[in-house]
Design a protein around this ligand. Structure first.
Ligand SMILES: [Zn+2]
Length: 539
């Protein structure tokens, strides 16, 4: 992300109305209270569809009641119910690669990881294999990996991630669209091979661990799981060691391709692998009912009654895996800390109503693939538009942070508002220090971005003790049972995180003009092509 544009754009910040009246006080003990409740073992890791999640949802609803917020669900309650499908593999999947005149059968998770299907109970595809580099089909953006390839009715083999040196938000966006691009080209299945960088960050054994558990998606009123890639029958990830012989038989050593992809700007060209594959697996489904907790605060300006500012934080985590001694994944940081800070921002906003109305949502199904947010973004509960969104996900509250990273801010007129909010909170803004993680597409705000809504989400920054604390958390506690109340929480950091987000929400909700994407923003062009745009800030 371009933080220079963000900082310079802050000169325009006079359009963001300052807070009126008293400045709210953010109480560290209030943040602590929420996290202490939500991350307790009694909530059993808040898995979507579980009793623990429902208790957490009740807790958030009762907080909303205490703040005087209005229920926002269609039935007059605080709960937008949705059905979430969990798909698991039944039996052992089989990937048979046919090359060099013989069949190689792969079925062990050490070799191949097959994603269960939410839309087909049984899958059997058999087709030729084509390698398509990173699998990006966007010549308009300078990515032409399908050039000269015919993949209609075929299985596409792609590298994970995006070319090194690609701006992180662009790379993350295109990466999240890889299967859609393959589908539009007529492919029937996608097999991904991890890059060197990807394997360094996420060794195969860790990938196996993460893939344990069901695939999830929301079910529409027609009883079918919603899918953007229905024509892609199968998706799998192939261990590079298992993929190497396939590439060798085509006369293209995988090691050389991976080495090329590991260089800045390296983009391996696609080719026909002169091989076939058959992928066979069966799925069992379990449908559970879960809920987004939704509340709203009316605005004070009737002319802006249809312009909602959204605040979201996912309430679910990954539950009880039952394998290790401490088998509960409490998700204290992921995302009890985000819900806790969102609640404290909500309390402050509710005590001092804003010109625009505000929608608050504690979301289900984030860990299963941003499901609750996708459902809410596609099935709005308010009459009007969400004109801008602030998401709270996993602020690492173990250190006194002095900077934040504001993902997405430089894409819209939110930029100057966020810059102003940071100044008011006495902290600085920093560029994305981990572009390779593609964080912008990995949390709930992205589902709203895909519906054309400008959004921002902040992470605590790397300045001072930040980098060590943040990396330690990611390496040792992220999606582990140890993400629990024993972490060295700094509740003052929680109060500060609430503060900077509060000023942001206030700036959005009281701003003179409706938020707009900047003309140069990729996301504005991709997802809100018809919306009026703001002139790009002067760089
Ligand atoms: Zn998570």
């Amino acid at each position: 992300m371009n933080v220079k544009a963000l900082l310079l754009a802050s000169f325009l910040a006079s359009t963001a109305a300052p807070a009126l009246g008293q400045e709210p006080v953010f109480n560290p003990e209030a943040v602590r209270a929420h996290v202490t409740f939500l991350a307790d073992d009694l909530l059993e890791g808040r898995d979507t569809g579980s009793r623990g999640y429902d208790i957490a949802a009740n807790y958030v609803a009762s907080q909303f009641i205490a703040m005087g917020l209005k229920p926002a669900a269609a039935d007059g309650s605080f709960f937008q119910k949705l059905t979430v499908r969990e798909a698991r593999l039944e039996g052992t999947p089989r990937l048979t690669l046919t090359f060099g005149g013989k069949d190689t059968v792969l079925s062990d998770t050490a070799q191949v990881l097959v994603r269960p299907s939410l839309t087909d109970s049984g899958v059997a595809v058999e087709a030729p294999l084509v390698f398509a580099g990173f699998g990006f089909d966007r010549p308009d953006l300078g990515f032409d990996d399908y050039k000269g390839l015919n993949v209609k009715g075929k299985i596409v083999v792609v590298l994970t991630g995006f070319p090194k040196g690609t701006p992180s938000e662009l790379g993350a966006h295109l990466n999240s669209d890889k299967a859609v691009m393959a589908m539009k080209r007529g492919a029937v299945a996608v097999i991904a091979v991890p890059t060197i960088e990807d394997t360094a960050r996420r060794p195969w054994a860790r990938r196996v661990e993460i893939s344990d558990g069901p695939a999830k998606g929301w079910v529409g009123s027609d009883g079918k799981a919603f899918s953007r890639t229905g024509a892609i029958k199968g998706s799998a990830t192939l261990n590079p060691d298992a993929a190497a012989p396939l590439f060798a038989a085509a006369g293209k050593p995988l090691a050389a391709i991976l080495a090329q992809a590991d260089r800045t700007g390296g983009r391996p060209r696609g080719f026909d692998l002169k091989a076939r594959a058959s992928l066979t697996f069966a799925n069992t489904w379990n449908d559970v009912v879960s809920e987004n907790v939704v509340a709203m605060l009316p605005g004070t300006d009737p002319a802006l009654a249809g312009e909602f500012v959204g605040m979201t934080a996912h309430l679910d985590h990954i539950g009880d895996h039952g394998k290790t001694a401490d088998k509960l994944y409490n998700g204290a940081m992921d995302n009890a800390s985000g819900v806790a800070t969102m609640l404290e921002v909500a309390r402050a906003v509710a005590s001092q109503p804003t010109r625009r109305p505000v929608l608050f949502a504690a979301l289900t199904g984030e860990e299963g693939g941003l499901i609750g947010s996708d459902y809410l973004a596609r099935n709005p509960v308010v009459k009007g538009d969400v004109v801008g969104l602030v998401n709270f996900d996993m602020p690492v509250l173990t250190y006194k942070f002095s900077d934040v990273v504001a993902f997405g801010a430089e894409n819209s007129t939110m930029g100057p508002i966020v810059a102003q909010a940071a100044r008011q909170a006495g902290i600085t803004l920093s560029p994305d220090p981990m572009p390779e993680e593609g964080l912008f597409t990995r949390s709930d705000h992205y589902r709203f971005v895909q519906q054309g809504v400008p959004a921002v989400f902040m992470m605590t920054g790397f300045a001072g003790p930040g980098e060590k604390a943040f990396r330690d958390f990611l390496k040792t506690h992220y999606h582990q049972p140890s993400d629990d109340l024993k972490l060295p929480f700094d509740w003052e950091a929680g109060a500060l995180f609430a503060k900077v987000n509060y000023y942001t929400v206030l700036g959005l909700a009281n701003g003179a003009e409706r938020l707009r994407w900047y003309a140069g923003s990729l996301f504005g062009k991709e997802f809100a092509p018809k919306a009026a745009k703001a002139a790009d800030p002067v760089k």
